[in-house]
Each structure stands twice: as C-alpha cells, then as structure tokens.
Design a protein around this ligand. Sequence first.
Ligand code: AMP
Length: 468
Amino acid sequence: MSFEFLGLSEEVISAVTDAGYVEPTPIQRQAIPSILMGRDVLGIAQTGTGKTAGFTLPMIDILAVGKSKARMPRSLILEPTRELAAQVAESFEKYGKNNKLNMALLIGGVSFSDQVRKLDRGVDVLIATPGRLLDHFERGKLMLNGVQILVVDEADRMLDMGFIPDVERICKLVTQKPQTLFFSATMPPPIKALTDRFLDDPKLIQVAPPATAAETVRQKIVTVGPRDKLKALRAFLNLPEVTNSLIFCNRKVDVSAVYRELKRDGRNVAQLHGDMVQSDRTEVLKKFKDSEIKILVASDVAARGLDILAVSHVFNFDVPFNPEDYVHRIGRTGRAGREGTSITIATPKDSKSVAAIWDLIGLKAESIPVPGLRSARPAPAQPPQAKAPVAKEDRSGRPRRRRGRGRSDGQPAPRSQAQSEKNIAPRTDQKRDQRPQPQRANPERPQSKKVGLGDHVPAFLRSDGGKN
Ligand code: AMP
C-alpha cells in the first residue's frame, strides 16, 4: 500500500516521497486515516515504528486550514525530553516543507524571550516539554484554549520522569475538547487512568506488543568480572564491524567516568546526560548524527527515543535496573529495518536483572566471549520464578528501582546449534528449570562509604573491583 491511499494531501505526499519513504509503516497505515477523520487515537508503539510521521502527517493536513492567533497555539505536542521535542520539530520541518505552518519549540535550557516572540506571532504547532510549557503558561505568555489537537507522546517515559501530574494539568488546561492522540510503549495503570479520563472512544492501535525487542537487533551478552567491564568494552570497540556505537550506563557519574576512560584512549567519543546544558546536548547529538563523533556514552534519560539511523552497535555497559529500559536501549540500533547489534556487559551479580530482562522480552541474548578475555561465570540463563525483579511499587504504580543486586551461582543453559545460529534462544521450558535460584543480597550488610567520590563509585574504578 502506498501513501496515496491514506487520504493525505499532495503536498504532504510529495514531502514524504522526498524523504525517501515508499510505503507507510503499520502504525501510519492505521493511524493516519483515523486522525484525518478527527478521531482520538491511542497508539501503543515504541519509537522506531514510524509513529512520529503517523501523527505529524495528518496534523499538517488538518492544520493547513485555519489561521493561528497570538499566544493561542492551534495544536500542542508534549514530549518528555528536549531531544525528542527537537526531533519532532525536525519532522514537522521535513514533512511540512510544502505547507506554511508556524511552529514553536518550548524546551528548557534555551532563552525564554525567543520562545515568547514566536508565541506572540501565533503558532500552528507547539512542541513542548511539560515543565517549560507550564512556565510559559504561569507567566501569562500562553493560552491553551485554542488547542484543537493535543498529542501526548512517550507517555510511559513521562511517567518514569515524574511528569504525569504536569501532563494531567496540561490536559485540563486545554479547555476546548481537543482531538487527542496518545502514544506510549507500555500501558502501566497510571497511564491507563489518564487515557480513560482524557480520550474519547479512541481508535486503539497496537503495532508491537509492549516491550517486544526489535527483531532486527542481534542481541548478545557477555559476562565478566566487575573489574573487566571496561576491558571488555574496549575489546569490542576495537572490532572493525563497530562503526559507531551508543554506550549506556545506569548513572550519570558512570557516563562521565566511561567517557573519560575512552577519551584517554584517544577515541572519538562524547557523552550525553541530563546534567549537561542544552546547547552542549544539542551539539553532541548533531555531531553524533553527522558521524563526526563515533562513540556516544549516554544515560537513559538523555538517549530515549533518539532517532539515529545508522548506529551499528549498542552497548549496555551496565545492565539496566529497569528491564523495559533494555528494550528502549537496544531499539537505538536496528532502526527502520536496518540490522544492528546490542552487546550487554554483565557481571555475575547482574543475574537477577538479566533474567528479568529475558523474562520480559521472552527470549535470551546469545552469550559470547570477550575477544581476548577470560569470561567470568555467566549470569544464569533462566528467568526468575518471580515475575518482576521487585514487587514493590512507587507512588506512580511502577516497580521501584533496585539499589542492591542478588548473588548468583547459576550456570548457563546448554544451547543447541540452531539456537546459537539465531543469536537468540526461545524461552520455552525455562520456568520448569529446577536449578537453584539466585540468593538475595544480605540487607543487613553494612555499606562502606567512600569519601570524596560521593556515594557511588563505579565498580571498575574500585580497587576491590566492586566485590564489596
Ligand atoms: P519514529 O518511530 O517516528 O521515531 O521513526 C523511526 C524512523 O523511521 C525515522 O527515522 C523515520 O524517518 C523513519 N520512517 C518513518 N516512516 C517511514 C516510512 N514510511 N518508511 C521508511 N522510514 C520511515
């Protein structure tokens, strides 16, 4: 099916053709006609599915009729991070090049006065992060009663970042009932409550089950001792097939520490995390997209949803605390049908987190050795018997993130050749596996406090290798 059958205007189809798209993606096929008919949409979809064009293209056609008034945007798109907001703005520029729509981007870290000037001129499309939008609203620079289309994108990440109260407030401030388009990769209870409240008989579109790992990504895992993590990373980075890579760490301090180590090697590397000023974040991202920088060390918040098409490798320098973050991380490669590889560098202590990931995605990554390094005892291959790594929930209803990790004595399950060739192993009889389960870390055990480096010292920098 081509774009011509979706009801889009010639201007938009021509822009899409210039972008090189031949066929609409499944979410575009389902969402575009419904949005053009004025229906609310609930899209359960990850980034990488083409969802941005799925809502941008019909919006351009709907907004082509009508005129904006000063300080009264005609449509509003909420994004959790500045980078995602900037990316959606780029999409509007690309797909709306044959239309004359005014657009404004309201994100933190850049001057208020420029943003106010744009609002004063009248905007058809306002793309914003919730905090900065509310700042403008409270200063009286903005009215939301002219919003005809409201898009809430990446709602589950909004939840992770504590933005749901802001999103709810904004939905209430949009007093004229807008057409609402809501996108989330997963539907935890607080998100479901929000959609029940603000969506009116939405068209439900689910293009991939929540937390399905991209099929185009070859997922691999290596298990090493904590002191060997950096050595392992370096060994992989030296492989010729690693043309450019994203390296994820769980904490900002580790992002900086890994970045410094790789910089010291003389590698072409940059870092991206939430504590950096916006102008630096934007510049780093641009250089990485333009291939001026080949290695980007990043935190989850900074890197979520980034649309960088040609990343050959994603490395999890740390196994993520939250299994869903694993899916988002590896989704940075293998985008739009291209092949990619993810390599997770685990330690034996990560066994529970690793098993929770396999449990969530329903398959296991291929266990591989580090080139030139002796492997530590691998994390066990079976998922845990309890479903999630932590049962307790925080106020938002999501599993609370863990601080400590369990110990493991587990051994890997033998793999058939067929399984090895497919890189991933199906999860079939794992739950029946009777091998001993990982033990819990002793909560009574005193934590030794390191002075001078804050509470957290990356394991690979510690003299004990992170054993204590
Ligand atoms: P998104 O899920 O919106 O982040 O989009 C992921 C990537 O897919 C972006 O790089 C888009 O440019 C690309 N894309 C979107 N729609 C299509 C399409 N119909 N054909 C090919 N690529 C597409």
